[in-house]
Design a protein around this ligand. Structure first.
Ligand code: DGL
Length: 281
């Protein structure tokens, strides 16, 4: 039982209810902000801790063995330190590899981020769907299962584009994302057999929605993009339905496994999300 949990029968201390434990979001870098943005639309005053494993970035080119050890260990430390109500693994690579093991070691709800194959499959008119993820995500049995269950009658063309992670990071530092990384990701899909029939693209890495406009420009014709962020935000709101959140917005915490100095160029972007306190893990 989480002692910080606040239900609809709040414990009153003086005139105010006890402090509410935060929502914790976890990614390697800024990708999870694409999920946080949607969560903040639904729960604008929920306290937030955003954890970035910059020391372990990129996940997309690491092995399953490395990630399934590293991620639960880090999340265990984060949960101990921040006592969140709920953890969101705002990273497709981490979720498709380590969601089950994380759930088995934490005693609070854990929401994962997995490729939006089902909605994409309902949206496509041509029956050809592109899926952009990290190299690790696109080879996961988890993705095979989603494809088998929800897109068996569709063509799902996968491409691993780990360079887009760096392009998105650069954009949030206020730099221009590498145009070659964008073009290479698009060509990686369109050059495949039936690639010219793609009308729907799944952004199966949380960094990629941050460069969606650049990707769209590079496609030879308009395509619709889909990521899981809105569905995940709804899931977080549903699972925290009994919590009374504070009435006013408080500063969120950005915690990194990397150096605090390296965060300086991102601070303007973080402000938009109310992330104004910086800590090292
Ligand atoms: N944002 C992560 C994802 O959704 C990947 C980042 C990385 O490769 O470090 O897969």
């Amino acid at each position: 039982m989480n002692p910080y949990r606040l239900t609809k029968e709040p414990v009153m201390t003086g005139n105010y209810p006890d402090t509410t434990g935060p929502l914790l979001f976890f990614d390697t870098g800024v990708g999870g902000l694409s999920i946080l943005r949607e969560a903040q639309r639904l729960l604008p005053t929920a306290p937030v801790v955003y954890a970035a494993d910059y020391a372990g970035m990129p996940y997309g080119t690491k092995t399953e063995a490395e990630l399934s050890t590293r991620i639960p260990l880090l999340l265990g430390r984060l949960v101990e330190r921040y006592k969140p109500q709920l953890v969101t693994i705002a990273c497709n690579t981490a979720s498709t590899i380590a969601l089950d093991v994380v759930r088995s070691v934490l005693d609070i709800p854990v929401v994962g981020t997995v490729p939006a194959v089902k909605p994409a499959s309902l949206m496509t008119k041509t029956g050809v769907v592109g899926l952009l993820g990290t190299t690790a995500t696109i080879r996961q049995p988890y993705v095979d299962r989603l494809a088998g269950e929800f897109a068996a009658d569709k063509k799902l063309l996968r491409f691993g584009a780990p360079e887009l992670v760096h392009a998105a990071e650069a954009k949030l530092r206020g730099e221009e994302p590498d145009p070659e990384a964008i073009t290479a990701a698009v060509k990686g899909l369109t050059d495949q057999e039936h690639g010219d029939e793609i009308d729907t693209v799944i952004l199966a890495c949380t960094h990629f929605p941050l460069v969606q406009a650049e990707l769209q420009k590079s496609f030879p014709r308009p395509v619709q993009f889909i990521d899981g962020a809105q569905g995940i935000a709804r899931r977080i709101a549903y699972l925290t339905n009994d919590i009374i959140w504070p009435e006013t917005v408080r500063s969120g915490i950005f915690v990194t496994t990397g150096s605090l100095d390296a965060l300086a160029p991102y601070r303007k972007a973080f402000q938009e999300f109310g992330l104004e306190k910086f800590e090292a893990l």
